[in-house]
Design a protein around this ligand. Sequence first.
Ligand code: SF4
Length: 207
Amino acid sequence: MMNITYQVKNAVYVNLTNRCPCDCAFCLRKNGTGVYGSGSLWLEREPTVKEVIDSFAQWNLSQYPEVVFCGYGEPTERLDTLLEVARWLREHHPYLSIRVNTNGLADLIAGEPTAPRFKGLVDALSISLNTPNADEYLAICRPRFGVAAYPAMLRFAEEAKEYVPKVVMSIVGEPVTSLEKQAACQAICDRLGVSLRIRPYERITRS
Ligand code: SF4
């Protein structure tokens, strides 16, 4: 059975795809088959919109404040599906908050600007900034788009704040990110007009 949805703390998470344009050195996918005790998040195949919606039936969504598109891959690899599921959630569970955890490369994946498409369907975006340094980003995240990735990610974050109420860029705290780099990340976020979240370092992490 595929784990299309799973629970993390008090949220229901959605696992749409195992595809990702990055190959991050720290990616959980390198280190195991599951996350947060949910069992394997490797998908036999990518679930349809109906399969995702059917999968919600195993959760009493009225008991949860939030649904998060995350999973073992980059959810915006399936942006059409993601937004269709989000639209269904809006219609049937309008009180739910909808978040997308992303590497911020949706525009490069789609080959066009995508931020406007999130309007009204997504409440929060959590974008992995990882580092204030474009060269270091390239070395750590190894995006298949090469040097185009880092500026595209920043541009996406800046544009998204026009359409998504809460846009947060995230980094991991010390020792992964020095205080000096944390300050540089804060300066980037201030310039873009988005928030910065510094996640505590865990031995294994992901976006
Ligand atoms: S950490 Fe996230 S962005 Fe990086 S390779 Fe893994 S799924 Fe992709």
